[in-house]
Design a protein around this ligand. Structure first.
Ligand SMILES: [Zn+2]
Length: 254
């Protein structure tokens, strides 16, 4: 189950945008990493939830990215997308997909880590895909009046919306694991020794070494920090993170 091929190349689309794509080969599936947008996190975004370990700024900004992943099963060619990026015009996902020869209509399912604009903003580009989001996450947003516009965004996908329970296989061999804190129903998806970790990590350079440091986006910082520590301790394998610098992969060793 080792990565055998790793290709990164950039596409210049006219003079206005740049789409980055990368491909990782595993025995039974491929994982495409598609950059939706470049990103930097200012140091002021971070703070510590642990009084024993106060926040220490080591840089002005920390490198990030907005990454979307496509899993392609070799047996039948089925394509599952992990999150959907910002959507146009901010997001470049469609350019990156074109560069990778992945037609939007070839995506059968989209699994959503959580309901933030950089993860669900592009859903409308995939009207034929089934959208999978945890029941807990969906309910949390729907019941919050100030934020329910985001869950409405998912409802627009109509009958294609599937609300799953944790612990079940939502598509073959792909498990949904509760990893809350960033949002109430934030989900990590596991496929073999690959983990799609969503927003467990924002600034990888900072937070992998200091999991007590949270981004202000974390809705429940203490839970987010505990989830991050647990993931580092237990999820051994290849991580694919939405905001880990492109191509978004990190090898989490024992
Ligand atoms: Zn995010």
């Amino acid at each position: 189950m080792k990565t055998t091929v790793f290709i990164v190349f950039a596409l210049l689309c006219g003079t206005y945008s740049q789409a980055k794509v990368a491909l990782f080969e595993y025995q039974d599936y491929k994982i495409y990493s598609l950059q939706d947008a470049p990103n930097q996190f200012p140091a002021s975004l971070f703070f510590s939830v642990d009084q024993q370990e106060p926040f220490v700024q080591t840089a002005e900004t920390y490198s990030g990215s907005v990454n979307v992943f496509v899993i392609e099963y070799k047996r039948d060619g089925r394509r599952i997308m992990v999150d959907s990026g910002f959507g146009e015009p901010k997001g470049q996902l469609l350019s990156a997909m074109k560069e990778s020869d992945i037609a939007p209509e070839s995506i059968s399912d989209i699994i959503v880590s959580h309901i933030h604009p950089d993860h669900v903003g592009g859903l409308n580009n995939f009207p034929r895909a089934k959208i999978h989001v945890s029941r807990e996450e969906f309910d949390a947003w729907e019941n919050d009046a100030s934020r329910s516009n985001l869950s409405k965004h998912l409802q627009e996908t109509g009958h294609n919306l599937i609300l799953f329970q944790y612990g079940t296989e939502i598509v073959p061999r792909l498990k949904a694991i509760k990893a809350s804190g960033h949002t109430p129903g934030h989900t990590v998806f596991q496929l073999g020794n690959c983990y799609f970790v969503g927003d467990i990590i924002h600034a990888a350079d900072l937070q992998l070494a200091h999991p007590s440091f949270c981004a202000r986006f974390d809705m429940d910082p203490h839970t987010a920090s505990n989830t991050r520590k647990k993931a580092i301790k237990e999820f051994h394998g290849d991580w694919f993170g939405a905001h880990i610098p492109f191509p978004g992969k990190y090898a989490n060793q024992k």
